[in-house]
Design a protein around this ligand. Structure first.
Ligand code: MN
Length: 576
């Protein structure tokens, strides 16, 4: 874990001497700050940071991103503030570190309906694809060392990796990372299923491998006859988790999974891809309906390849995947492929992504255009597009739950979203642990805590800044109730009348209604409406709507009505 060793990872054509200087400063800074800190594994904490930064250097992100990866755990864990990072390393690196730190607060506890908004929130907060990538490789290393954590924590982190991180890696087209995250989470979440699958695979793999080794020279010969020189012929085993998912839809019948192992052929160009496909079909009969042209029609995440399944040597059903090197890199490394695996010899700077909020989405779109996706591509863009949720913000409760609010929402909107009682008794708000005004505009990623007091109530001016119609309606209704209460407490301050409802249960008799209306007349209160529920003939329920002056008067009315012969029960409440 020395600088000298780390520096070897920094490709000389990508990183300038100034780049190295910045990275080195971040390296020394982080190493110093994490000194003495240990991971749950007992390893020095810096080893984690080192690993994450190495991954970022390997995919050739720019110097800012590598520096941010080195610094990504300093703010929360080392008593360093965002301002310190900014002073030491400038706003750009500080912006990336802040993004990663914010993303730490997103926790997924397994409520299905929230997971999609959680993914969107993740992207909205990240703002920059470099932040997402640092976070993904951070998670990868945490998954690689997950066995040292307590079981409960293991479960939560594995679930998050499966539901949140792996799908994001998939959307960015980084198949390799997606597969790794899923396969690391699988045994944690489904230990028995994993053991069963492993046993089955251990029994099947050697035979399959031997078989494909026999196929390879025959395939090479066939291709040579057709004038094709492949760059490489290899075979890949299906990732365990995706295999298991497939099996669950096939009644756990291995015989129906035909791509347990697949032959992978990498050729020079697109023409050769189709030539190769033809050559394979001339040698072995294809299964109908199993030829997939993902070159003409790439998958939504940009994946390109030709797939075919044939009755191969000895009639065994075998899958072949054909692609160019470029397609292969894209499939494995997705969005990172273009800057990480540019042809050697071409001088190239690490990718620069401006702090502009939407730039990385644009970059994604460009990348998508380059890979030539059309119909399905739009679906892909839709799934990551910030426009889609541009007018929404995603904030967190202190326990990490995601609350989805319109842009411009305030802590008051947040409070009413959580519960009317919380809004009605809101006494203050903390945003990211600092007291904030009621009218404060919340931003995606903010953690919001509402302080309440029993004797606090909404005021008129809240209506001037709240954003949601839900909060507005609740505030209005509470204000009205308060006004009534005020009137009742001090009848002299208001001459306004209020609508009341009186519910009477009575033993029915001749003249009952006349006696009740007499009680009203006595106080000069006019009845507005009467309705009667006579389901129980002997004991009808009478509902009277009336306009009253105040509580005192209503109290007297209540007492008088109660005293009428035959009345069993009377209640009065404020009308709507
Ligand atoms: Mn970390």
């Amino acid at each position: 874990m020395t600088w000298e060793k780390f520096e070897q990872l920094l490709d000389t054509q990508t990183y300038t001497p100034e780049d190295r200087l910045v990275i080195r400063r971040a390296f020394v800074f982080a190493e110093h700050l994490h000194q003495g800190q240990k991971r749950a594994s007992g390893h020095p904490y810096f080893s984690h940071v080192y690993t994450v930064a190495s991954s970022i250097a390997q995919i050739k992100l720019d110097a800012e991103a590598i520096a941010a990866a080195l610094l990504h755990d300093t703010v929360e864990d080392c008593g360093i503030t965002q301002k310190d990072i900014e002073r030491e390393f400038g706003v750009h690196i500080a912006f990336l570190v802040e993004g990663v730190t914010k993303l730490d607060k997103i926790k997924y506890h397994g409520v299905e309906r929230r997971v999609e908004s959680l993914r969107k929130m993740f992207l909205a907060i990240a703002e920059d694809v470099r932040v997402v990538l640092i976070k993904l490789y951070d998670r990868l290393h945490n998954m690689q060392t997950i066995r040292y954590l307590p079981p409960e924590k293991q479960k939560r982190i594995a679930l998050e990796s499966l539901e949140l991180y792996a799908p994001l890696a998939y959307r960015l087209g980084i198949g390799e990372l997606k597969g790794q995250l899923q396969d690391l989470a699988f045994p944690v979440l489904y230990p028995e299923e994993y053991l069963w699958l492993k046993k089955e695979m251990d029994a099947r793999l050697p035979e399959g491998t031997t078989y494909l080794k026999k196929v390879k020279p025959i395939l090479e010969q066939t291709l040579r006859k057709n004038g094709i020189v492949p760059k490489s012929i290899d075979f890949r085993t299906k990732h365990y988790y995706s295999l298991w998912k497939k099996l669950t839809t096939y009644d756990m019948d291995f015989a129906r999974v035909t791509d347990l192992l697949a032959m992978r052929i990498i050729v020079k160009n697109i023409e050769d891809c189709y030539q190769t496909l033809g050559a394979i079909h001339s040698a072995w009969r294809p299964l109908p309906g199993r030829i997939k042209d993902y070159i003409a029609l790439p998958k939504p995440n940009g994946y390109r390849s030709l797939h075919t399944t044939v009755f191969c040597l000895g009639g065994k059903v075998t899958e072949f995947q054909i692609r160019t090197q470029e397609m292969h890199n894209e499939a494995e490394y997705g969005i990172t492929a273009h800057w990480a695996y540019e042809e050697a010899g071409k001088p190239k700077k690490g990718t620069r992504v401006s702090g502009d909020k939407l730039s990385w989405v644009r970059q994604l779109k460009d990348w998508q255009k380059e890979v030539g996706a059309t119909v399905d591509g739009e679906e892909f863009i839709e799934s990551v597009k910030i426009d889609f949720f541009k007018d929404r913000i995603f904030v967190l409760t202190p326990t990490g739950e995601v609350i989805d609010l319109p842009e411009g929402a305030t802590p008051v909107d947040f409070a009413y979203h959580i519960h009317t009682d919380i809004g009605d008794h809101m006494a203050g708000a903390k945003v990211n642990n600092k007291m904030a005004p009621f009218a404060h505009k919340l931003l995606s990623g903010d953690t919001v805590e509402v302080l309440t007091q029993k004797n606090r109530h909404p005021t008129d001016d809240w209506l001037t800044f709240v954003k949601t119609s839900h909060a507005k309606a609740k505030i209005r209704s509470t204000l009205r109730k308060q006004a009534i209460l005020q009137t009742h407490l001090d009848p002299r301050t208001s001459k306004k009348t209020e609508r009341f409802e009186m519910y009477i249960t009575a033993r029915d008799r001749v003249g009952l209604l006349k006696d009740i209306s007499a009680a009203y007349s006595f106080f000069r209160i006019s009845i507005q409406n009467v309705s009667m529920n006579t389901q129980n003939k002997a004991y009808p329920v009478i509902l009277i709507y009336f306009e009253g002056k105040d509580e005192k008067q209503t109290g007297k009315l209540l007492a008088r009505v109660k005293s009428i012969t035959g009345i069993e029960a009377v209640t009065v409440k404020l009308g709507k």
